[in-house]
Write a protein that binds this ligand. Structure first.
Ligand code: KG4
Ligand code: ZN
Length: 337
């Protein structure tokens, strides 16, 4: 039966414990996310050991809440899915083991899902009729991937970061400035009060004739700037630093994405991952793509950051292709698309 498929999906690749139930892929019956950010904030980033422990604590109630909210009983499920990579191995193992055990106990098929595929599919939940092929930019705390996406399982990686991910750069600069974690939303807020052109930070790889990214040089330039100013006893304008840094990241992401869209002559560009939540980025990229009449879509905010709804949608497409996993599937922290 493929006309009413209910899938329970579990996502524990980083620091959010999430479970969701979908019906026929795009109809999300429930999506529960328990964030651990309060436990990691004081360390300025995710502590893997704490993340795994919190996942163990949260997984049971989160799955129960997802089933209750969806008004679905375990026996009604057609399959159980879980993210098996990429991510923190200890975190991945909690959700994956839980999902596999549940599938085994229920005698239901198990589906292993790639987290990055999840981020891409979040777009199709938010907007139901996106026509492929598209250019997809996935920008999160661990990834900066530019993809030519033709359909499920048909991706061509056009470029990716050679060092830090875009979100990682936001997090590191925020930590350096003592602003807290996660850095992206905090920098975005500070940037609103600053001038984007106040400081001319470098835009590495911007003029290189490829689709790769590099953010580590930009991060170093910002840190050097702060260091020099402080050494001279000058006051720091956090707002201008945040705005100018953010704009440098935005320019790099925007120009590479526009170039890819024009080269591949696609009709649509989609965004995914936590950095796609950045309103200024959406605004700048949208305006640039508008010049070429290429529309930009991005998932609603709660689907940009880690969640299990996006995992359940990918799982549905795998279900249709009988793409099930054996129960000895292991976590793969470096899983590629
Ligand atoms: O996709 P995600 O929730 O988790 C990963 O798979 O990494 O992305 C988290 C990343 C963090 O680095 C966070 O700082 C960044 O996305 N982020 C943002 C914003 N919201 C989250 N970066 C820039 N602007 C934002 N508004
Ligand atoms: Zn993610």
């Amino acid at each position: 039966m493929t006309d009413d498929v209910k899938i329970l999906a579990i996502e524990t690749s980083c620091d959010e414990t999430a479970a969701a139930v979908s019906q026929n892929g795009l109809n999300i019956l429930s999506s529960i996310v328990a964030s651990q950010v309060d436990w990691h904030r004081k360390y300025g980033g995710v502590v893997p050991e704490i993340a795994s422990r919190k996942h163990m604590e949260f997984i049971e109630p989160v799955v129960e809440e997802a089933l209750n909210e969806a008004k679905v009983e375990l026996k009604d499920l057609d399959a159980v899915a879980a993210t098996y990579g990429p991510g923190l191995v200890g975190s991945l193992l909690v959700g994956l083991s839980y999902g596999k055990s549940l599938a085994y106990a229920l005698h239901k098929p198990f589906i292993g899902v790639n987290h990055i595929a999840g981020h891409i599919y979040a777009n199709f939940i938010s907007k139901k009729n996106i026509k492929t092929p598209v250019i997809c930019l996935t920008v999160s705390g661990g990834h900066t991937d530019l993809l030519y996406f033709k359909g499920y399982g048909e991706y061509q990686i056009m470029g990716r970061t050679k060092d830090d991910a875009a979100g990682e750069a936001f997090d590191k600069i925020a930590r350096y400035l003592g602003l807290g974690y996660p850095g992206g939303p905090i920098i975005e807020k500070k940037a609103k009060k600053g001038h984007e052109d106040a400081i001319n930070f470098p835009r590495p790889f911007l003029n290189k004739d490829n689709y790769d990214f590099s953010f580590s040089g930009l991060k170093t330039a910002v840190i050097n700037y702060i260091h020099k100013k402080t050494q001279k006893g000058n006051e720091l304008n956090i707002y201008d630093i945040a705005a100018s840094f953010q704009r440098a990241v935005i320019d790099i992401l925007t120009e590479k994405t526009v170039k890819a869209a024009l080269d591949k002559k696609v009709k649509t560009v989609i965004l995914s991952g936590g950095v796609a939540a950045n309103k200024r980025f959406r605004e700048v990229l949208k305006k640039r793509l508008n010049q070429y009449k290429v529309p930009l879509y991005y998932p609603e905010l709660k689907l940009c950051t880690d969640n299990a709804a996006m995992i359940s949608t990918v799982a549905y497409y795998q279900y249709l292709k009988d793409d099930f996993a054996e129960l000895n599937l292991n976590a793969d922290p470096n899983l590629k698309l």
